[in-house]
Design a binder for this molecule. Sequence first.
Ligand code: OAD
Ligand code: ZN
Length: 322
Amino acid sequence: MDRVGIKKVAEHLKQNSDAQVIFMVGAGISTPCGIPDFRSPKTGLYSNLSRLGLPFPEAVFDIDYFEENPKPFYTLARELYPGNFKPSRFHYLMKVFEEKGRLHRVYTQNIDTLEREATISEKYLVEAHGSFASNECISCSKSYSVDRFKEKLEPVKIQHKKGEKDQIEFEYALCDKCDSLVKPSIVFFGESLPARFFDTWEKDLEWLKDKKKKNLVIVVGTSLSVYPFASLPSEVPSEVPRVLWNYEVVGDFHLNPRSSDVIFKGSSDEAAEELAMEMGWNEELRKLVGEEEPRPMDAAEEVAAIASELEQLDITNDNKEE
Ligand code: OAD
Ligand code: ZN
């Protein structure tokens, strides 16, 4: 197994004791929690949404489509609603970074609120695509309580017909003031990202330019295909090493690779386990995860690990690092 991309990060952090990290993360860090990502070919949400009868998969998060037909979003939100899932090892690794004073920021595209669940403090957190933590009217922005919205996700009618898919009916949440539809504060396609995303990134870019600190940017579990988030890695100043931990090489790491890029092709949880070991943080991580012993790899992770190993062999046969 090629873990060079993890060992290098550990060495860097050990050699530069005041270096801190900005994490940029996506759905891949939550797949070990049982939440599907979006674009993985067989297991991703977008290839499994045919049952919702959408014109195109992303329509489930499209603001115009939602106004026309909120049912697919309600069906999905019911399944994905926070509270049903526990943070992954990787989420907790970010918390260990916070505890050790090595965390500068977490930019997340995820709406599952598992960073909060892992008790990462709000000041470090930028939920770039919003979250289920509040709701607003789509016309007048009046807020709507989380408890009331959650009640609306309970179907008012489910029709079971033999040989057919269940027909679910909802009573949609409507604004108390103007009667328009209400939705969670998740950024849909066609909506802008929260001001905190832009403001914080502007400050963090300045912070990254401080050459003395030897800070790092670590990108994990994202296909880097949704903008503007996807452009963050390309804006990282050239003197700051960029790290990618992902099943595949994506975005700017693929299109405009830099000689200083550090890449580990594998699972986010495996990277978390390995880095914690290299840093001597295993006990802290285990305590947060609430486990006595390290978790064995699950079958999907094992397959991915083997695949990535084989790929490494093909490409770097001549000067392979052992
Ligand atoms: P994607 O599904 O597009 O990408 C997930 C990436 O993580 C893929 O490259 C996978 O190969 C990889 N991956 C999956 N599980 C992994 C694991 N355990 N370890 C390492 N890598 C893993 O998800 P995002 O990039 O987050 O918008 O998608 C971006 C946005 O598109 C989402 O925020 C969402 C969607 O439309 C909203 O929810 C508003
Ligand atoms: Zn309203």
